[in-house]
Design a protein around this ligand. Structure first.
Ligand code: HEM
Length: 418
């Protein structure tokens, strides 16, 4: 039996998950004084894990699989159905190679240049505007950046509509009701748009550069030598563009950090060689809420630390709580970029975008992109412009998944630094 795992009483805790949000696992782990406990979610038993040891076992491919782990409602909004997130074994490794091949040094350099050029244009525009909602601006800028980088044509007049659709897919992940419905229709529209692009590439009406994600997704061969289904190719291309747009949330939280922590802002202003912007970026990814947890299913029965895991059991790994685990982090609830100076943690203790090895497992394919985009953007905010932060509601709700500051960070009087 699994009797030695502390167990939450009650028939179902799905509503508490919606209510406690990012704190759902963390709070219970603290209460049980245990980094493993059982609960019931959506009508089934689930085991929750928190911390480095839990992450280590969770990323063991012999013990866990992703098939059937992500709920359909998440696949129909955030991920896309039956895509990389739900794959296992050889097929997953082959698909993951495709994503990782887009992350070469040259391709990151190109992303860097595209992003810097957009920042110049946006600063020029902001100087003429009275009020800027940073989160909205970042999502639009990153939609342009991601599409250009991926080889996806995007006309100026489409930017607003496509930005809203990428934003709505992201905003739907922990939602029920209207936000969920918006995410679904955004995904339908976006898949239709990108599927037709893939078909245009295949019929050679369109010839993107070979290094681009559009080209690579269109011509990728499956293990059996056939092309992916056009819709699947579109879903995976969206799995590059959409999360790049999502970096706008971390940048917005980074801007909140610059505002809330003036001493650290000062250090970032003085940073000449990118050292401090790296520390600051890492701490933003640790401290502010984005991915709450991730899930898998037990591949076959096993015992771990004398706890029994039964085949097919749903297991959730706490991302938010591992990044704030009191045994892994000194003063976990304080914002201290310096903690990452000479940091010698493991790939299982700091897991804002998943843990383990991104080539072998499901760890995020876009972590380098995320860090690059954040470093560029936070340095621009701290070093290249000045702005006022008017009175506004900067609180963010930990029961809202994904969370975002209520005002979405408003700035005024943007001026280029002399
Ligand atoms: C997977 C977070 C940005 C592409 C993941 C996972 C998380 C995550 C938590 C799942 C890890 C797991 O289940 O084990 C984030 C966050 C981002 C971000 C917070 C910041 C905005 C990006 C970017 C890309 C990207 C920029 C662009 C390529 C992917 C892909 C996967 C993934 C393709 C699936 C990997 C797999 O299943 O093997 N991400 N991500 N992500 N991410 Fe990201």
């Amino acid at each position: 039996s699994q009797a030695n795992i502390p167990s939450e009483k009650g028939l179902d805790h799905s509503l508490s998950l919606l209510k406690d949000g990012y704190l759902f696992i963390h709070k219970r782990a603290q209460d049980f004084q245990s980094d493993i406990f059982k609960t019931r979610l959506m009508g089934e038993e689930a085991i929750c894990l928190r911390g480095e040891d839990g992450a280590k076992v969770f990323y063991d491919n012999d013990k866990f699989k992703r098939e059937g782990a992500a709920p359909k409602r998440v696949q129909k909004t955030l991920f896309g159905e039956d895509a990389i997130q739900s794959m296992d074994g050889e097929a997953h490794r082959h698909r993951k190679q495709l994503f990782m091949s887009l992350m070469s040094r040259e391709r990151l350099q190109e992303l860097n240049e595209i992003t810097r050029a957009q920042w110049l244009l946006y600063i020029k525009k902001w100087e003429t505007q009275k009020k800027i909602v940073l989160f909205d601006e970042m999502e639009a800028m990153l939609t342009k950046v991601a599409c250009e980088w991926a080889g996806v044509p995007l006309e100026e007049k489409e930017v607003e509509k496509r930005t809203k659709d990428f934003g709505d897919m992201i905003d739907a992940f922990g939602a029920v009701g209207v936000r969920h419905a918006r995410g679904r229709s955004a995904r339908k529209r976006t898949e239709a748009w990108i599927t037709s692009l893939i078909e245009e590439v295949r019929s050679e009406q369109r010839s993107p550069r070979e290094s681009t994600a559009l080209y690579q997704m269109a011509w990728h061969k499956e293990l059996d030598g056939t092309l992916m289904d056009a819709k699947m190719a579109a879903i995976e291309l969206i799995n590059v563009i959409r999360p790049t747009v999502a970096v706008g949330r971390f940048i917005t939280f980074g801007a909140v950090g610059l505002h809330e922590f003036p001493k650290e802002r000062e250090k970032l202003m003085q940073d000449q060689d990118g050292t401090y912007s790296h520390l600051f970026t890492q701490e933003v990814r640790r401290y502010y809420p984005f991915a709450p947890f991730t899930g898998a299913r037990v591949k076959k029965d096993f015992t771990w630390n004398s706890h029994q895991f039964k085949e097919n059991t749903l297991v959730l790994l706490d991302i938010y709580g591992t990044n704030r685990h009191p045994k892994l982090w000194e003063s976990p609830n304080e914002f201290r970029p310096e903690r990452f100076k000479g940091w010698e943690g493991s790939p299982f203790s700091f897991i804002p975008q998943g843990g383990g090895d991104e080539h072998k497992g499901h760890r995020c394919a876009g972590e380098w992109i995320t860090i690059e985009l954040m470093k560029i953007s936070l340095s621009q905010l701290a070093q290249n412009i000045t702005y006022d932060v008017p009175k506004q509601d900067l609180t963010y709700d930990l029961s809202r998944m994904p969370s975002i500051p209520k005002s979405r960070f408003i700035i005024q009087n943007v001026r280029r630094q002399q």
